[in-house]
Ligand binder design. Sequence first.
Ligand SMILES: [Fe+2]
Length: 398
Amino acid sequence: MSVEIHSFKTAKKILFGRGTLKQLGEEAKSIGVHRIAVITDPGVEKAGIVDKVIAVLAQEEIDYGLWNQVEPEPALSVGEAAIDFVRDEDYDSVLGLGGGSSLDTAKAAAAAVTNQGRLQDWVKEPFQRPPAPFILIPTTAGTGSEVSNAAVFATPEVKYALYSPLMYPDVALVEPGLTRTLPPSLTAYTGVDALCHALEAYVSLKASPITDILALKAISLVIKNIRSAYKDGKNMDARAGMALAALLAGMAFGNAGTVLGHACGYAYVYPATGLHFPHGYSIGTTMPYVLEYNALANLEKHTTIAELLGESTEGLSLRSSAFRCAVGFKKLLQDLDMPTSLQAVGVTRGMIPSIARNVFRSPKHVARNPRKVTVEGLVELFTKAYDGRLESERKLTS
Ligand SMILES: [Fe+2]
């Protein structure tokens, strides 16, 4: 057991479970909410989720206002518009409701209630005062934003990531029932994102005994539930398992960080290729090849991953066992009808050198990766990803 000092941060309070939404009013009052701005997106409103939340606030006689203009992967201007809304209407607190984009926008809005300046200033120099009381309620099982201190504003052209030790929510309220209407494709993409958060946090050089326990539990919960949630969205046991997995994975990567998997997922979409895909989709496509690349750096942990992904390692050497993790991940992608090669998503072989160089646009992810990242190594990784062929599969069939 390591005796190094490890710190761990997360939301100030977490409420998880079916029926937690009923406690929203009580929780809001306990953190001093009088007039709350609900920050969300049109899809969440259309799914009827906003009505459910507002009904609870109204029942508790909490004054609220609705801002429903969050967009997927919001530009800085979306965050600035949300800031104008909370300032113009004198709200004293914020509720973020939706996927990662809505939750991140809500974090910025809560900071704007108590701080001068705008997002563009805070990216250069973070705000100094604690944000107004804020509550985050995820409606997907993937992002983990409800327990992190980051807010990302990213268009295909520009990415701004705002971090602050003050930006953990007062309450993260995770009600699995809110994911019931998520369509199968989004269930798969967001669930794969959560799995990648857990896998990457587990092998990160910043991993600790605390994040390892969370990551391992998250991986096993995803593997137990994601196929069922994808095939039958009304399976509430599977939905609850995925919601818990995403929460635990968020707590793990919120401290240990993600590594090469996320960096590769960012690298092959715009601007390298002009292609643009949902977050979990782009990361999942290259993940088998990232696992294969990283396996040598930590054979024990990659063997554990292989076994959690359902691969048999009986009779295999530690080295061969570790490489089975990549095969297990690829099988999962196939079961979720997701692509397993870059060729299948429209990347060409000629794009590989620029994609490889693009990985270094995520220097923190690269620095935390368990295996040293080189351009040559990445070209080989992306060539395998392009062909959709794992080394371990080749050896098995030759
Ligand atoms: Fe992610």
